[in-house]
Design a protein around this ligand. Sequence first.
Ligand code: C2E
Ligand code: MG
Ligand code: MG
Ligand code: MG
Length: 283
Amino acid sequence: RVKGLSKNDYRFFDREMRISNQRAFQIKNDLRIGLDNNQFYLVYQPKVSPGKKDIVTSYEALIRWQHPEFQEVSPGEFIPLAEELGMINEIGDWVLENVCRQLKAWKTNGYDLLPVSINLSSSQFLQADFVDKFWSVLHAYQVDPAWIQIEITESLFIDNEKYVQQILKIMKENGIKIALDDFGTGYSSLAYLQKLDLDILKIDRSLISGISHLSIKRKIATTIVQLGKSMGMKVVAEGVETKEELDILRNHDIDEIQGYYYSKPLAIQEMSEVLKTKKLGKS
Ligand code: C2E
Ligand code: MG
Ligand code: MG
Ligand code: MG
């Protein structure tokens, strides 16, 4: 037994654990029903190029789930469970197809498009038929690859470096831009950065929040920006919430800012408006 913990504490943990296990169990159970009953939808978060005029230059597609009992279940909770269950491929297919359908609708209605980034789970990327499926969806909706960026994380490279390198090369040769998401968490091996020829580096929110009052975070962020830029990547900061954080990043030649300061993820209607003007309320 851990020193300093009483029997009551253990009972409390035990109870908490059981509740969260029950919830996870039910969520896993309900993913299939959710997919079959249109409970998932997409939101879109603008990314802003900070300058004299702040202009929206791209945006990220993020999945949402309106669960009949739990209301909104966040992807941070259900994506890992879908991965465990082997359902992430289907969810990933759903996301790609729905993004492409939306792009086609916007295009048909005369909107001037911007690149959209799509999150890919590692297991989704590693499916043998991933590339084929990916292109057939783009083709089906007549989507120009220039409109699509994919966001991957460093966990993808573990044990699969050579293979991943090959697939990324094919994607890039066909005009898809590759972003490394959540940089600064997890493994952050500089060796990967050097080998992989990525287009975009996204600095994780955990390194951004507090940047205005923590000089160590400021130093780390500055170094990452310089590193990314020196390797020819675009650098994006995630999770920028305050004016103070923004001002610091502005001084660091950052390419894009994503975060609540400019905009939360938007519903389709709101994103349509943004595409018209390429501006936000704060711009
Ligand atoms: P991510 O790809 O790093 O996405 C950024 C997350 O940060 C989003 O959370 C976004 O809503 C949130 N965010 C953006 N700006 C701010 C801010 O200023 N403050 C705070 N507190 N949060 C901010 P979300 O939508 O809950 O997604 C969480 C994670 O779930 C994503 O992290 C991504 O890893 C995963 N995810 C979301 N959609 C998909 C998807 O379609 N496929 C896959 N495989 N994963 C997805
Ligand atoms: Mg992302
Ligand atoms: Mg991220
Ligand atoms: Mg993140």
